[in-house]
Design a protein around this ligand. Sequence first.
Ligand SMILES: Nc1ncnc2c1ncn2[C@@H]1O[C@H](COP(=O)(O)OP(=O)(O)OP(=O)(O)O)[C@@H](O)[C@H]1O
Ligand SMILES: [Mg+2]
Length: 239
Amino acid sequence: MADRPPLLIASDVQVFYGMSHVLHGATLDIPEGEVTALVGRNGVGKTTLVNAIAGLVPVQSGLIDLNGTDLTKLPATARRGLGIGLVPQGRRIFRNLTVDEHLSLAPPSATNPFTREWIYETFPRLHERRSSMASNLSGGEQSMLAISRALTIEPKLLIMDEPTEGLAPLLVETVRQVIDQLRAQQLTVLLVEQNLNFAHALADRVAIMDRGVIEHLFTGSEIPDTTTIGNLIISGTEH
Ligand SMILES: Nc1ncnc2c1ncn2[C@@H]1O[C@H](COP(=O)(O)OP(=O)(O)OP(=O)(O)O)[C@@H](O)[C@H]1O
Ligand SMILES: [Mg+2]
């Protein structure tokens, strides 16, 4: 069991898109300094939940609490200011900004350990490409940039929504090493992942989502092997 207090508590979160009820009371605690993996089939609401945490979709009801602050009424910019960093699904980088410009978007902070120097040391390829337009970067470079951009806001919680989607195995390994490094720096991470081996290798806890709720939560030594997790995910489709 986790003995650290939750940094973020999402409790009974309900989200609708128009008439379509997508989150049916999703509840998830994210302990400080740990990597929480969120897994589930396509379309079960993983992105909707992380977007609700980041303030990109409105919640109908429920609680989203960061260290005692209720986020539900705050706009996305305010949540970013409080330390909710999001690496969105599909990266969403700005095509006509350079790498350097992306890394200059957040106001400078003297306390952020993830300085531009740290970023360029961690991703030497981004340093080489620092004057390139993001539209000219490869998929892997764009992925590194999306992660780096989220780090520039001095995140307390870094949410990564399928960071390995579409990446070649070598780059998947690079992303894994980066997340390992972030964990070593005590950063709290919420990792949405379809790649179960990847999620399993990194996670301190694994939350399984199905049809808008968290169906199972495994922590520490309770985390089953990837085959069992895969079966739990698939079993949700069978009724
Ligand atoms: N903007 C939107 N308007 C209407 N319906 C949406 C919108 N975004 C997502 N949905 C629907 O909400 C449900 C949950 O979508 P969501 O993107 O949260 O799932 P997901 O688990 O992240 O899926 P994936 O694994 O494919 O990324 C899906 O049925 C999707 O079609
Ligand atoms: Mg998604």
